[in-house]
Design a protein around this ligand. Structure first.
Ligand code: GRF
Length: 208
């Protein structure tokens, strides 16, 4: 039996890294078409970096604060680390930096992001509070390609989550996060294999 070719994928994160964990776990499956070649953070103390180190992965911290306001210089360092690691695809997983055209152009079509709303509604921060304030009945998460505009790139996959009576932002966030953890590996697999097969997450409603 021939082995599944594994594309080297880098993960960029800034925080706890639960989506990174989901991707790392997926990559352990023999038939998953990716391997994680680097986990990079702009925050040296990000718990997600500790998790990746414990998983035996290559990690690097490139602290944006050391670059003061020179965003380009920081992104050049990030880009160099990605290329040195041999990354062919980059997954943003809670990477809390706005990217400049330097990185978005270099990685156009090869950089994915997960966002906790059904884009194009609620780009940016505090999506769960805003969904509750707006009174929406369906919320969810989106994986999309990264372009220059924040949370604006082409949508690759979405998982919908019902808003329940009495929901708090935290309760809703937790339910959306569970779907994120299924959606991101599913979409990455489909993206890498150019598959048109339905995604397998068990969300209330799925839109590929
Ligand atoms: C997730 O909700 C993701 O959608 C957003 O940032 C959060 C990161 O969480 N972009 P984690 O670090 O993956 O746990």
């Amino acid at each position: 039996m021939s082995e599944t070719p594994k594309t080297p994928v880098a993960i960029l994160l800034s925080g706890r890294g639960s989506n990174a964990t989901a991707l790392i776990e997926a990559c352990k499956q023999p038939d998953f078409p990716a391997r994680i070649c680097l986990v990079l953070s702009n925050k040296p103390d990000a718990p997600g970096l500790d998790m990746a180190r414990a998983a035996g992965l290559e990690t690097v911290a490139i602290d944006h604060r050391l670059y003061k306001k020179d965003r380009d210089a920081h992104e050049r360092a990030v880009d160099t680390a990605l290329r040195d690691a041999g990354a062919q695809v980059v997954c943003l997983a809670g990477y809390m930096r706005l990217l400049t055209p330097f990185l978005t152009t270099r990685w156009a079509g090869k950089m994915l992001n997960i966002h906790p709303s059904l884009l194009p509604v609620f780009p940016g921060l505090h999506t769960h509070e805003r969904a509750l304030d707006a009174g929406v009945r369906i919320h969810g998460c989106t994986v999309h390609l990264v372009t220059e505009g924040m949370d604006e790139g082409p949508i690759l996959g979405q998982a919908a989550v019902p808003v329940l009576p009495g929901d708090t932002a935290d309760a809703l966030a937790a339910r959306v996060l569970r779907q994120e953890h299924q959606l991101y590996p599913d979409v990455l697999r489909r993206y890498l294999t150019k598959s048109q097969a339905p995604i397998s997450a068990d969300a209330a409603l799925l839109v590929a």
